[in-house]
Design a protein around this ligand. Sequence first.
Ligand code: NDP
Length: 400
Amino acid sequence: MGKIMIIGCGGVGSVAVHKCCQNSDVFSEVVIASRTVSKCDALKAKLEGKTKTKIKTAQVDADDTAVLTELIRQEKPDVVLNLALPYQDLLIMECCLAAGVHYIDTANYEPEDTAKFEYKWQWEYRERFEKAGLTALLGSGFDPGVTGVFSAYALKHYFDEINYIDILDCNAGDNGYPFATNFNPEINIREVSANGSYWEDGHWVETKPMEIKRTYDFPEIGPRDMYLLHHEELESLAINIPGIKRIRFFMTFGESYLTHLKCLENVGMTSIEPVTYNGQQIVPLQFLKTLLPDPASLGPRTKGKTNIGCIFRGKKDGKEKNLYIYNVCDHQECYKEVESQAVAYTTGVPAMIGAMLVMNGTWRRPGVFNVEEFDPDPFMDALNKWGLPWKVCEDPELVE
Ligand code: NDP
C-alpha cells in the first residue's frame, strides 16, 4: 500500500491514473498534479466512488522546481511518476532528489530548443541517485519500456546471445481525421521528422527521415508499410544487451499521414525555430499543435488495433534461433475500459507497472536505470494481468 504522485494529466497520465485506481491494493493514494488542474479535477470526478484509491489533485508547473519540490515534500508520495513532457525530465528528477522520492518516467529528456533526445543527460544523475539511495526508472512506457522488458525476457529465457533486434511499432488504428497524432503532436512530429538511425557493429548509421521502408505482415492486422526511425531504446539496448550486432526500430505510417507531414514540412510548419508574426514570436510547430486534434479526444473515434513487439535473432545451445514477442491492443476495447485510445493505453499501463515495481521494492536499486536492467519476469506477469497480454512466436517473418 502506498502513495503515488502522477505529474501530467494528458492522454498517458489519464490512463495511468485509471490503472492505479484499478490497482488500489498497491496504490492506496494518488495525487494527480498538472499544469491545468481542471483536467485533474475532471478525472478525479470521473473515478471517485468507483475505486478504493484516495484521489487528490494539485495545480503545479513542473518548470518551477521550488514549487514542485515543496508539493512533493508536503504530499510525501512513495514514488513520483512523470507523465508531463520530456522537457521536464531533468527538473522533476532534481525535485525528487531534493524531496527524497523515487522517480519513474516514460520518455527521455529532450531540450526544448533542439529536437534531439538522448539518455546522456539523465544517465549523468546516476551518482546522485545512488548516493541518495533513490531509484530512477527511465522509459517505462511501451517503446521505450515494454520493448526493453521483452528484450531482457528473451535473453533470460530463450537465448544465450541476442545478435539482432528489430523493434516494430504498428498502429493500424483509424481515427477518421486526414492528419492527427496519437500522442502529443509536438513530441510526435519532432520524432518522425528527424533523421533516422540504427546501431550496427558498434556504431550509429544515420539515414534521412523515412529513407528506409519495409512492408511487414503483422499478426492480427495484416501487411503494413513501416519506416526506420531513430528511437530512444536503441541507445540503452545497444549497451545493455551483450553480443548485440544490430538494432533497428520501425514504425508504420499511412499514406495520408505521410503526405500531410511532407506538405507541412515543406511550408515550414514543423519547424521549432521561432518566427515573428504580427510583432509576436511564435514557434510554428507549437502553433500547429493548437490546430491539430487533441490526442486525448481521439479515443471515441479510433478503431482498429496496435501491434508492438520485437523480433530477436541470436543463438541458443550453439544453434541459430529467431523469436518474436508482441502485444496486440484494440483501440475500442481500451476506450471501453478507460476512455482512451490504445497508444495512450499501451504507455499508461507499463508506466503504472514500473511505478508499482519500484514502489513495492521489486525493482528498487539506488541509481538511474533503464527497464532492461531489472528482472523482466515480474513486469511480464503484470502485463498479462493489467491489460497488455503478450504472445511469443518462434517462427516469425523476419525483416530484411
Ligand atoms: P499530453 O500532451 O497529452 O499530456 C502532457 C501533460 O503534461 C498535460 O496534462 C500537460 O498539461 C502536462 N504538462 C506539460 N508541461 C507541464 C509542466 N511544465 N508542468 C506540469 N504539467 C505539465 O502528452 P501525452 O500524455 O501524450 O504524453 C505524456 C508523456 O508520455 C510524454 O513525455 C510522451 O513523450 C510520453 N510517451 C511515451 C511513450 C512510450 O511508449 N514510452 C508513448 C507515448 C508518449 P496541460 O494540460 O496544461 O497541457
